[in-house]
Ligand binder design. Structure first.
Ligand SMILES: [Zn+2]
Ligand SMILES: [Zn+2]
Length: 285
């Protein structure tokens, strides 16, 4: 297989040390602008929904899980379907070395040099040797642009994942880093997962996500999406698609089936209403 730029980028990211991978993510996140938006439309006031079980997820918990960080721009961020972090190097005729373009915004270092500041010496050398032509190449391009998919940088930060699979070397063979929320511009790293089969990726796009059964603003049950899987040791091997389908239960029908659950839910509902009436403005229950 011919080596593509995507293959080289994947190899570069996978080879970074854990601390360099984390530093790169943190650095990129300081230059990106995002808008927080849930990936499903939800009933009004959903964040105040409580759960019937003491340790069950509340509306606020579920909103947190499904909230996307949608990229709206930022320094070095391209406005593509899948935004990328772009590094530009210009050839300096006098020295034959590459440096960052001379246009400098006051008080702000050019992006590649900011990256140099946060990477280890090894990480920086690896970046240069992965993408810039070596010194002895005669005809060097006058400009080298590296564009790295933002969600690959996010996925590659290993602090929030254990036993992580590396970024796949080539796209098109079915493997990819997929968005659990199906929002292409989402850079919430918890919404990125490796997909090894294209079909799984497509299925996730059509998935309604987690199903939430609700009675009068009280969450009775949360069901995983069909893609959720755990291993024997109870580790999550395939997370939920980060969308919600909220189903409102009919109180008259539900109370006929399960009187005691209805009573508990109703008590919670009354209590929630009382608290919300007593306090002004928005609050978290
Ligand atoms: Zn998302
Ligand atoms: Zn799913």
């Amino acid at each position: 297989m011919a080596e593509t730029i995507e293959t080289r980028i994947a190899a570069f990211l996978n080879a970074l040390s854990d601390s360099d991978a984390a530093a790169l993510y943190d650095k990129v996140m300081t230059s990106v602008r995002t808008e927080l938006k849930p990936s499903s439309s939800l009933p009004d006031d959903f964040e105040h929904y409580s759960n019937i079980e003491a340790d069950g997820p509340t509306g606020a918990d579920l909103m947190d899980v499904i909230t996307c960080h949608l990229v709206t721009g930022g320094r070095g961020i391209t406005d593509e379907k899948y935004p990328r972090f772009q590094l530009n190097f210009n050839l300096q005729k006098a020295t034959g070395e590459y440096a960052t373009p001379s246009k400098v915004i006051e008080g702000v270092k050019p992006v590649p040099w900011e990256i140099k500041d946060v990477l280890s010496a090894e990480g920086w050398e690896s970046l240069k040797s992965s993408f810039l032509p070596s010194k002895d190449v005669e005809k060097k391009p006058s400009k080298v642009t590296i564009k790295i998919l933002l969600h690959h940088i996010a996925y590659n930060d290993r602090r929030r994942r254990t036993g992580m699979e590396p970024i796949p070397a080539g796209t098109g063979s079915g493997t990819s880093i997929s968005h659990l929320c199906d929002k292409e511009k989402c850079c919430n790293q918890l919404h990125h997962v490796r997909a090894d089969q294209h079909q799984v990726n497509l299925d996730r796009q059509r998935c309604p996500g987690m199903t939430v059964l609700v009675l009068d603003g009280v969450i009775m049950q949360v069901m995983n999406c069909p893609h959720f899987e755990t291993s024997e040791t109870n580790l999550v091997t395939s997370p939920n698609c980060t969308r919600l389908t909220v189903i409102e239960l009919d109180p008259t029908i539900f109370s006929a089936f399960n009187a005691s659950a209805y009573e508990t839910a109703h008590e919670k509902y009354v209590e929630n209403k009382r608290i919300r009436r007593a306090l002004p403005g928005r609050l978290s229950l």
